[in-house]
Design a protein around this ligand. Structure first.
Ligand SMILES: *Cc1c(COP(=O)(O)O)cnc(C)c1O
Length: 481
């Protein structure tokens, strides 16, 4: 008897068409779904059997459960009025790439284990490098998430410290050496702190540099902090600048920071996870000004480049340091091509690697550079329009500049004369908006003020969606006042 009980080719075809139809219907009818599901913790678990099935189940039954149990609990990131966090929307080209990646099911740990994925990654990352205007001396690698990309950068920065052989000795073995210090702004993403934890730097080893009134790192404060730390026996080794912070998309003055890192001989990592992709638009390439001096920079195609999560890219000029930090080649992974070809396993903690470059290849080719520029440019325009509307309405107040397509604001009213009641009102306003199922917005806190964020970066978000959201915000406000 054959042990292969996978679908027959004709069943695969039938089920496959069914799924393509399903996805097509889903994408075409996105707006008929509530952006946020109306479920309580535990609701979905309770509808699923607690033990696995003994017998084979029919796919019709599986699809029916998908519709009845899973769908009511799904948050629709592809929805045109998903404007929370930083969006990640998938285009058709991206969906096809994921499908194919699953079908190939290759593992690109070394060149030999899949030459096509290795070389396609090298080529498409060089395309992306050109598209965002980074110089030729940047080399790229795909990781799953920006959290991984930044962690790898921070560990490479640690490896780069002269005479500090943590890779060999571990922290216990270098116990008489000074403690390491990493710098980022108060507005940096928590993934930088996690990277520092993983690099053994410790939370105490992170020094948060104050920001100006536009939430950008103050270079003179960085300079002062480094000097003070050196005097007090710390060993500064890395500075993380952010281009497009998570709360407000503020842009640290990378150029000025780079002058300091070069003078102080520190690794400069730029976190441009969300905003970096906007540099595809020629008039926006200025946001990466100064990044040409960085040692590494992360951008996430899965955020603003219309491909399914996950795909993050780390560009670095210090490929050899990254390799020195991570390469470890056991006998069973040695190949004849080790000297001529790239083995991506040498540049990170993961051995196995999915065929993620297909997403870049399909999406860049399907839209073309012009197509991508057009979509992102429109997002930027819509954000400026909304900014103008908010600025013109006395019931609302903007709380940060809008350098990209994220708008930070809150509602105001003379009856709220203390921050606490104002914050409470705005939290309630946001919750009520989200409870309508019409929109999903998220928040941050800026200088103690509860701030509602609107992020316009979804592939399917058009002017009418932004207008509908703005109308909804105004009408909920009126209802509550
Ligand atoms: C989204 C984001 C991250 C984290 O991204 P993941 O890919 O989810 O790890 C880090 N930094 C910035 C600035 C971000 O916008």
């Amino acid at each position: 008897m054959s042990t292969n009980i996978d679908m027959t080719p004709s069943d695969f075809r039938k089920t496959g068409y069914q799924f393509i139809d399903w996805i097509n219907d889903y994408i075409s009818n996105l707006e008929s779904y509530p952006v946020l599901p109306n479920v309580e913790p535990g609701d979905i678990k309770r509808s699923l059997p607690s033990s696995p099935p003994e017998q084979s189940e029919d796919f019709d039954k599986i699809i029916s459960d998908l519709n009845n149990i899973i769908m009511p609990g799904v948050t629709h990131w592809n929805h045109p009025k998903f404007m929370a966090y930083f969006n990640s929307t998938s285009s058709s080209a991206g969906i096809f790439a994921e499908l194919l990646s699953g079908a190939f099911n290759t593992n690109g740990m070394v060149w030999k284990s899949n030459p096509a994925s290795t070389e396609l990654e090298e080529v498409t990352l060089d395309w992306l490098r050109q598209m965002i205007g980074l110089p030729e001396d940047f080399w790229g690698i795909i990781y799953d998430l920006a959290s991984s990309s930044s962690m790898h950068a921070i560990i490479a920065a640690r490896e780069n410290i002269e005479g500090y052989s943590i890779r060999e000795k571990g922290f216990g073995g270098v116990k008489d050496m000074p403690r390491l210090r990493l710098y980022s702004s108060e507005q940096a993403h928590s993934s930088i702190d996690k990277g520092a934890i993983l690099a053994g730097v410790g939370l105490e080893g992170i020094r948060k540099i104050p920001v100006d009134d536009q939430f950008r790192m103050i270079p003179s404060e960085l300079e002062r902090a480094i000097k003070e730390d050196r005097e007090n026996g710390w060993l500064p080794f890395c500075v993380v600048a952010t281009v497009g912070t998570t709360s407000t998309t503020s842009i640290d003055p990378v150029n000025e920071i780079a002058v300091i890192t070069q003078k102080e001989n520190l690794w400069l990592h730029v976190d441009a996870a969300h905003a970096g992709i906007a540099a595809i638009v020629p008039e926006m390439q200025k946001i990466l000004k100064g990044s040409e001096h960085a040692d590494s920079i992360v951008v996430n195609p899965h955020k603003w480049m219309f491909m399914p999560i996950d795909i993050s890219v780390l560009f670095t000029k210090r490929k050899e340091i990254l390799k020195r930090a991570f390469s470890l080649v056991p006998e069973y992974l040695k190949t004849d091509e080790d000297n001529e070809a790239t083995n991506f396993m040498d540049y990170g903690i993961q051995l196995g690697r999915r065929f993620r470059a297909l997403k870049l290849w399909f999406v860049i080719r399907y839209f073309g550079r012009e197509g991508l520029i057009k979509i992102i440019r429109e997002h930027l325009r819509l954000a400026q329009n909304l900014k103008t509307l908010i600025d013109g309405d006395p019931h609302f107040e903007r709380l940060a500049p809008v350098p990209l397509s994220t708008i930070c604001f809150h509602a105001v009213h003379p009856k709220f004369n203390d921050v606490e009641s104002l914050n409470k009102f705005n939290k309630e306003l946001m919750d009520r908006l989200n409870n309508t199922g019409e929109v999903f917005l998220s928040h941050t806190i800026l200088n103690g003020i509860f701030t509602i964020r609107i992020v316009i970066s979804g592939l399917r978000t058009e002017e009418r969606h932004v207008n509908e959201v703005w109308d909804l915000i105004k009408s909920k406000y009126k209802e509550m006042i």
